[in-house]
Design a protein around this ligand. Structure first.
Ligand SMILES: [Zn+2]
Length: 463
């Protein structure tokens, strides 16, 4: 086995320049991404719009779902010549994609060999099968390299992946196995996977001892499982032999309380890798301003939209609707994958890439008040963290809406939790939400069958 310090020199100084000179698609894409992140917003927009038009024409001609969508809306693909004009096109939902797969959602003119079959774990209760376009695989790999660099880590650092077993399903295909061996050999990529539902501090510590002797490592996975681990390590007073370089969170929205716990216990920064199975690599924390996320504009057009489909203003929350400019096998155009975010403004780091100011969580994770208000997981987190100041008192929380006018907040208390704090928490929440609130201290908050943890559950998702 070649050791980590070898790859630290080999990959940037030999493999990458040689690959780019030989025209290898991964390394030419990596070079392109590294340069284009600094393009102005106008240049990025012009390029995205130039790629949008042929995609729309392709989908309208070769994909039954979009052919009907354009017909029903009385639109011609040529009517949509700009990103702003996408607001005219109806939004495609996950349910439509699911019911239409594969006949209505797959292009009839792309060779079968370009289909990369993917399956989601169904964290929202909607399992989904889809196709990636195999022609985009080098670009996906190049984006991974860039994003690891943004996270201040590298492909040759060992990754400890903490997620659900279902999350690993897609890595078992033979083609991926071969690619995995190649990346292990050429790039020094190493992974250790720990199922979130079987995670113990002893098991984690044993893994860190083993991988830490090879060189730097980082954590990647579900933020609430990793934050739960951090809390348990802190309660036990366990010190790790070495800290991770970074915690890369995915698949769920990390709460401010989760981030604070992970940063404190692991002594490193926490970044967000925003992705969906059907729509990989949507956005990633800015390396210079980690509170905002940069959209993957090289491959995607991402819009934050209001209920009527129009674009949200900067600072305004809405649904995340994305268009994948590279997937011609199963086009995703104005597609809503179920997440909410706050629209961003230009980032002061100098990158022209568009931003999301914040991820707000799943659309299904909302508290609905009798007055008709909808409070997202993000908004609840802002209140609990910055107004109530929940962090020193509570490791973890979950809101359960038990009735239209009643909410129970489950909390995993720290040693500083007191009944005074519990009553202040209840009062603040009641005045914010206008409904009856009870505070329920618990030992732990169970994972969903998918291995994820929800911040908000309502009676309709309880069944
Ligand atoms: Zn930035």
């Amino acid at each position: 086995m070649i050791h980590e310090p070898v790859y630290r020199r080999l990959v940037p100084w030999v493999v990458a320049p040689l690959g780019a000179r030989l025209g290898h698609p991964l390394w030419t894409a990596a070079r392109r991404l590294a340069e284009r992140q600094w393009d102005t917003p106008q240049i990025l927009q012009t390029r995205a719009e130039a790629r949008l038009r042929p995609l729309l024409e392709h989908a309208a001609r070769h994909v039954a779902h979009y052919r009907d969508l354009f017909a029903r809306a009385g639109l011609d693909p040529r009517d949509i010549g700009s990103i702003a004009a996408l607001a005219k096109l109806p939004i495609t939902s996950k349910a439509e994609l699911r019911s239409g797969f594969p006949a209505r959602t797959t292009a009839d003119n792309i060779p079968i060999s370009r289909r990369q079959r993917m399956m989601t774990s169904g964290s929202t209760g909607l399992p989904l099968e889809c196709y990636w376009d195999r022609s985009t695989l080098p670009l996906l790999a190049a984006t991974e390299l860039l994003w690891l660099e943004w996270a201040h880590t590298a492909i040759w650092h060992t990754r400890i992946v903490i997620a659900s077993p279902a999350h690993f399903y897609n890595s078992l295909t033979p083609a991926r196995h071969v690619r995995g061996l190649i990346s292990a050999l050429v790039l020094g990529k190493r992974s250790v996977t720990l199922p979130a539902d079987e995670l113990t501090t002893a098991r984690f510590q044993a893994v860190v001892e083993r991988v830490g002797s090879r060189g730097p490592y980082f954590l990647r996975g579900y933020p609430r499982a990793i934050a739960g681990l951090a809390a348990a390590l802190s309660e036990e007073g366990t010190r790790l032999p070495s800290n991770p370089r970074v915690v890369v969170t995915l698949a769920e929205t990390a709460t401010a309380a989760n981030i604070e716990t992970m940063e404190r216990v692991f002594g490193c920064r926490v970044v967000s890798w925003y992705s969906a199975w059907e729509l990989p690599q949507i956005a990633h924390s800015c390396p210079d301003n980690p509170e905002v996320l940069h959209v993957n504009a090289e491959r995607l057009i991402v819009r934050v939209v209001r209920p009527d489909g129009s674009d949200a203003a900067p600072g305004e929350p809405g649904r995340v609707v994305a268009t994948d400019l590279a997937n011609y096998v199963m086009p995703l155009i104005n597609y809503f994958a179920g997440d909410r975010a706050v629209a961003g403004t230009r980032c002061p780091c100098g990158r022209g890439l568009p931003t999301l100011a914040r991820l707000e969580g799943r659309e299904s994770e909302v508290i609905r008040t009798p007055q008709g208000r909808e409070v997202s997981a993000g908004a609840l987190g802002q209140l609990l963290t910055f107004v109530v100041g929940i962090i020193p008192y509570v490791w973890e929380y979950q809101a359960i809406q038990t009735a239209p006018d009643a909410l129970s907040l489950r909390v995993v208390p720290t040693r500083q939790f007191t009944s005074d704090f519990a009553s202040r928490l209840r009062c603040e929440l009641e005045s914010f939400l206008g409904i009856a609130v009870s505070i329920e201290p618990v030992d732990h908050i169970a994972l969903e069958p998918s291995g994820k943890r929800l911040i908000i559950k309502s009676s309709d998702t309880l069944t």
